[in-house]
Design a protein around this ligand. Structure first.
Ligand code: CP
Length: 343
């Protein structure tokens, strides 16, 4: 293989293993590819469908990219000539911007598609929409869609790599990866660590992806919330249920707190948000009563004063903005490793 960047490839990238090659394929490569270690899948449809080894590889790669994006020059040419479409059929702040930053920092060409301002409003189907993008030589599709399984459907019909940026109440794999990565930064190896996921478990794709990811990493997982917002068969995923938030907080090393997803609730699952806050809202006094300092996480957006009080969200126990920061490196790693499947 010839070095893709020849004279322009900085020595520091070579030293960090972010060495750029042009092979018979169009992809760029890191050390892991050279040593034969790469993702086991062509798409990232969910954490359920990747292995522990995939997760470890994504984390190792993200650590390299985290170092890169904390330098004055944050860009590497790894995805030059690769075009990524961010196709969002649902609103997003963190995920969409974080994917776009990740793509730009890898030097990919980026197109953004928001369903609300597209021809979807004229009746165009998902498949027609994506096939039209692919006709314009898009290589990878990052998609958020309200329908669980939309990405699986797409994967059966198109060739491009697909990354799930959230499909309804099903999965949000990059969120779970950045959550677990942030937890490892705080707690070290997650084997045997106690993690609570609190809130609206029933409607949360973050909860499901976190359960898959944390259990694959060996953590003990409990979910906590009102009985109406806990799926009936959640035990089958290897997690326990705790309905008392104070007991859950005493048990855990970290709590990932989720908002109530009113937009996905067609019936009333709780009497009112006020009542939810009274029984499940986490405030500083509750944390002060614990005999240890637990890590507080939230995928965002936060409903301040509902699931978390502001003094908890902004406390030194909160890693909420660290999660957002890590999201860019994790998404760079996922894009980069999947691009290895291009061609
Ligand atoms: N955590 C998360 O998915 O946030 P957004 O909906 O803003 O992307």
């Amino acid at each position: 293989m010839q070095p893709m960047w020849g004279r322009t490839c900085p020595h520091k990238w070579r030293r960090q293993g972010i060495i750029i090659f042009r092979s018979t394929q169009r992809f760029t490569s890191v050390k892991e590819h050279k040593s034969g270690s790469q993702l086991s899948t062509k798409h990232l449809l969910g954490i359920k469908y990747i292995t522990r080894e995939d997760i470890d590889l994504i984390f190792r790669t993200a650590t390299k990219f985290k170092e890169v994006i904390n330098r004055p020059i944050k860009k590497v040419p790894s995805l030059r000539d690769v075009t990524v479409a961010n196709v969002f059929f649902e609103n997003s702040t963190r995920t969409r911007i974080s994917f776009e930053l990740a793509e730009r920092r890898l030097s990919a060409d980026v197109v953004n598609f928001a369903a609300s301002s597209s021809s979807v409003s004229k009746g165009e189907t998902l498949l027609d929409t994506v096939n039209n993008l692919l006709a314009m030589k898009v290589d990878m599709v990052v998609m958020r869609h309200p329908a669980p399984g939309a990405h699986h459907f797409l994967a059966q019909h198109i060739d491009a790599n697909i990354i799930n940026a959230g499909d309804g109440t099903h999965e949000h794999p990059t969120q779970a990866l950045l959550d677990a990565y942030s937890l490892i930064e705080e707690l070290g190896d997650l084997e045997g660590k106690n993690i609570v996921i609190a809130g609206d478990i029933l409607h949360s794709r973050v909860a499901l992806s976190n359960i898959f990811c944390l259990t694959k990493l060996g953590a003990n997982v409990k979910v906590c919330g009102p009985p109406t917002l806990i799926p009936k068969h959640i035990h089958s995923l290897g997690v326990e249920v705790e309905y008392d938030i104070r007991k859950a907080l005493r048990w855990c090393d970290a709590a990932n707190v989720l908002r109530i997803q009113l937009e996905r609730q067609d019936i009333k699952y709780i009497p009112s948000l006020r009542e939810y806050t009274r029984y499940y809202g986490i405030n500083k006094q509750m944390l002060n009563e614990l005999d240890k300092k637990i890590v507080i996480m939230h995928p965002g957006p936060i409903n301040r004063g509902v699931e978390l009080s502001s003094d908890v969200a902004d406390s030194d126990q909160s890693v909420i903005l660290r999660q957002v920061e890590n999201g860019v490196a994790i998404r760079m790693a996922v894009l980069y490793l999947l691009a290895g499947k291009l061609g």
